[in-house]
Design a protein around this ligand. Sequence first.
Ligand code: NAG
Ligand code: NAG
Ligand code: NAG
Ligand code: NAG
Length: 219
Amino acid sequence: MNLVAIQVFGLCYLTVFVSSTTVKPLKESAMGENGLLCGGTLIGPYHVLTAAHCTAPIRHNDIAVIVLNASVLSIAPVNLVPRSSIQLSFTNKSAVVAGWGATGSSQDESPVLLKTTIQIRDNKNCSTYYESGLPAFFNGSIMLCAADNAGKKDTCPGDSGGPILVNGFQVGITSFGRGCASVPGVYVRITAYLDWIAATMKSNPKVIIKSQNNKEKQN
Ligand SMILES: *[C@@H]1O[C@H](CO)[C@@H](O)[C@H](O)[C@H]1NC(C)=O
Ligand SMILES: *[C@@H]1O[C@H](CO)[C@@H](O)[C@H](O)[C@H]1NC(C)=O
Ligand SMILES: *[C@@H]1O[C@H](CO)[C@@H](O)[C@H](O)[C@H]1NC(C)=O
Ligand SMILES: *[C@@H]1O[C@H](CO)[C@@H](O)[C@H](O)[C@H]1NC(C)=O
């Protein structure tokens, strides 16, 4: 398998752009200090796509782009779902999820990148599992959910921010769930954010490093 996810934990990054407006500069390795393990995907030499809640306590529009301070050229960026698929729901499609998260409820995180195949559910089916709003409500226009119909395979804590892929294209970002393999896991629906991702990457092509005398230096 090509490496489709990169481990955000401990990565050297400087700036995180969360949702639509907030610009949140983070200290290097802030995630490591929080002890929060997350995945992410390389979507360009300087850009990592991840879940916003990996970087800030946010659940709505759970999407963030991390701008790296140095380019990653040794890993091919993942293919995001194309604009031509915007109308597709992906219902019943087989989808690959990947991450270094826990291998089960109260299990350890995995030292190696694991992947598995699950099925995307229709929005109505997804909603029934999150009617209580715990840990959040399901909104099918900006989220999709997926599960193993046999109830054995799922993303788990530590997999957040990582990808869900259909036919090799990333259609979602691991966002939230309840337990592991108990109810379908919820993913950010990338087709709803293609414009935001493109605009964020375009306006933040590289990190601007402010030097001590406050002159901006383009990395
Ligand atoms: C990126 O940040 C790391 C950690 O601070 C540093 O070692 C490295 O030199 C930086 N790279 C560039 C190109 O500034
Ligand atoms: C998905 O699969 C279910 C169960 O096989 C079926 O009832 C449903 O019509 C399918 N939905 C779509 C959109 O293919
Ligand atoms: C959701 O879909 C799964 C798989 O088709 C099915 O087993 C389950 O009963 C459905 N749940 C609801 C609440 O419709
Ligand atoms: C679902 O999300 C969309 C897009 O953010 C929003 O317009 C809509 O109001 C949300 N629906 C609910 C029920 O919250």
